[in-house]
Design a protein around this ligand. Structure first.
Ligand code: COA
Length: 159
C-alpha cells in the first residue's frame, strides 16, 4: 500500500474512480454524503483545489482504494483562528478495517502539523459511530453540534 499526493493531471484522470470510492463508502450513511456523481465530482474538485498537497490517496497495486482531504489554512469562525481542517476521509468498503484509514489519517495529521497547525478540526455525522469512535480514540473531542453534524477538535502541543 502506498499513500501519496496527486498532480492535477492525475487527479483529473482518477476523479471518476475517487467518486466511486466515495459513493460506495457512504452507501450505508446516505444522510452524510452525496449519492449523485456530478455533485460528488464538484465536491471532490473543491476538496482538491483548496489544498492539493492535503489530498492524500491510498493505492494498492496502482489502484486508488481510499483518500483523505484536508485544508491546512481553514478559518474556524468559532475559534477565530486558522486550523487544519479534515474535510473528507473514505476507504473503499472492501478495504476497510485493515488499517488503511489509520495510515491515511496519520499522514494527514503529519502534513497539517508540518504546516504549523496546532489545532485540527473535523465534522462527523451524528450517526457515524464508527468514524466518531475512530476520532475519539485518536484524541479528538466533541466541540458542539450543527444540525446533524458533530464538531470534533484536537489541540496539539505547540512545537
Ligand atoms: C472511517 C473510515 C475512513 C476508516 O477507514 P478504515 O480503513 O476502515 O480504518 P482502519 O482500518 O484504520 O480502522 C478502523 C478499525 O479497523 C480495525 N483495524 C485497524 N487495523 C486493522 C488491521 N490491520 N486488521 C484488522 N482490523 C484493523 C480497528 O478496530 C480500527 O478501529 P480503531 O479506530 O479502534 O483503531 C472508513 O470506515 C469509511 O470510509 N467510512 C465511511 C465514510 C466515513 O464515515 N468517513 C468519515 C467521515 S467524518
Amino acid at each position: 500500500m502506498e499513500i501519496r499526493t496527486l498532480k492535477e493531471e492525475e487527479f483529473s484522470k482518477l476523479l471518476s474512480k475517487l467518486c466511486s470510492i466515495y459513493m460506495e463508502a457512504y452507501k450505508e450513511l446516505p444522510n452524510y454524503g452525496y449519492q449523485n456523481k456530478s455533485e460528488t465530482k464538484r465536491y471532490l474538485k473543491w476538496l482538491y483545489g483548496g489544498d492539493p498537497e492535503g489530498f492524500l490517496v491510498a493505492f494498492k497495486d496502482s489502484e486508488p482504494i481510499g483518500f483523505i482531504s484536508c485544508h491546512s489554512n481553514w478559518w474556524d469562525s468559532k475559534l477565530e483562528k486558522v486550523v487544519g481542517e479534515i474535510h473528507e476521509f473514505v476507504v473503499s468498503p472492501s478495504f476497510q478495517g485493515k488499517g488503511i484509514g489509520s495510515k491515511l489519517f496519520e499522514e494527514s495529521i503529519k502534513y497539517l502539523r508540518n504546516k504549523g497547525r496546532n489545532t485540527v478540526g473535523l465534522w462527523v455525522g451524528e450517526e457515524s459511530d464508527k468514524a466518531r469512535r475512530f476520532y475519539e480514540k485518536r484524541g479528538f473531542r466533541y466541540a458542539g453540534n450543527w444540525g446533524k453534524w458533530r464538531r470534533m477538535i484536537k489541540e496539539y502541543e505547540i512545537d
